[in-house]
Write a protein that binds this ligand. Structure first.
Ligand code: CO
Length: 186
């Protein structure tokens, strides 16, 4: 096994770790991930789909499409963006269960936000569609809460501070499996 394979294996576990409670990967590790991906075929599955492009330039619009389903999963758990880009993000709820039981949103928290604390409080804010009004300072951008077959496109500027940001669905009980990394680069 050569160095590249080792790097890829190490980075694969990093990618998978984005879906749990471990801290986001440091920038240096993330750069290694991308280098490895350029040289190594990546098994394609919905959960590993990566949005964003190394070819993107500031001023571009970054189009992102994410599906959310009845299995409490997003179709992507990582988005890469550059400062200066505008993000046009479409969330589509492809499930069939009623909104009251399986609603989904896409909520991007500010860098450094306390993910667990926000998620725990958000699930109690039913009257605000699980986006508590007094915690909107923690939120960079969000969609509405979507029911089956619904979709929404939101547009927002990439935050001007590089580094890892987290996104989640704030519907009660969903953030454990519906979360991901939004990585901002200079
Ligand atoms: Co959800």
């Amino acid at each position: 096994m050569n160095y590249r394979s080792l790097a890829f294996l190490a980075c694969s576990s990093l990618l998978f770790s984005c879906g749990n409670e471990s801290p986001p990967a440091a920038e240096s590790s993330t750069e290694t991930v991308i280098e490895a991906e350029e040289n190594t075929p990546v098994p394609s599955s919905e959960s590993e789909e990566i949005n964003g492009s190394e070819d993107a330039a500031p001023g571009d619009t970054l189009f992102v499409e994410i599906e959310a389903n009845d299995q409490m999963k997003y179709s992507t758990d990582r988005i890469d963006a550059y400062i200066g880009q505008v993000v046009s993000l479409t969330l589509k709820n492809v499930g069939e269960m009623p909104k009251e039981a399986m609603g989904h949103n896409w909520t991007l928290l500010r860098k450094g936000a306390d993910f667990q604390d926000y998620a725990s409080k958000a699930m109690l804010a039913k009257e605000d569609d699980f986006l508590p009004a007094d915690l909107m300072g923690e939120v960079v951008a969000h969609t509405a809460l979507l029911g089956p077959g619904e979709s929404e496109t939101i547009t927002f500027e990439v935050p001007e501070e590089a580094g890892p940001y987290k996104f989640l669905c704030t519907f009660p009980g969903h953030f454990g499996t519906m979360q991901g990394l939004f990585f901002v680069r200079q």
